[in-house]
Design a binder for this molecule. Sequence first.
Ligand SMILES: [Zn+2]
Ligand SMILES: [Zn+2]
Length: 217
Amino acid sequence: MLDLLLPQKCVVCGLGGTQLCPPCLAGLPRIAPPLCERCGTPTAWPVRRCRECAGRRLAFSSARAAVYYDDAVRAVVAAWKDRALRRLAAAAVSVVVEIVPPPTAEALTFVPPDPDRGLRRGHHPPRELAEQLARHWELPLVAPLRRRAGKRQRGLSRPERRRNVAGAFTAKTGVPGSIAMVDDVLTSGATANAAASALRKAGARRVEIVTFARVVR
Ligand SMILES: [Zn+2]
Ligand SMILES: [Zn+2]
């Protein structure tokens, strides 16, 4: 509702008329193959495991993202998160559907909000993304994951991130055998891995990760 009352302005270039203007939407940096088959990191040629994920114990079987997390994408994600600009969800969904192949999973879920933060904002981009993707891909949406409050991931080193989120998630049992989990941004993969691990413990044999954006080093 708030959306309709605010003057419309592109969150990337500031041009009036729409929350994300067509040139800026078209200019979001799509991720193209070749990719690491496992973690989805762009690589020089197709590989099964890459430098990023070789030797790491990953609870998910694949991770795919639509765009690189550059300044434009950061602006889109921040506006979507903090100002609840819901039309940005539709724009993000259109790019995910364009770039990421439909998962082979039986159901879709999303990384739940940190109870301290997500609820205060009253909306949760990963859930909005998952709801719209579930409609597009004609998959049921389930919400078995629970998350306990933790420290912010932002500003922590990779090992700190892993420690911080390990054990933050639990899942109700009866999770479908193969499930795809949606998040807005994949940063170190620590959150996705911890949540995927909880889904595995609750019965999933295969967890695919789908995100709008990913950080690539
Ligand atoms: Zn623009
Ligand atoms: Zn990899």
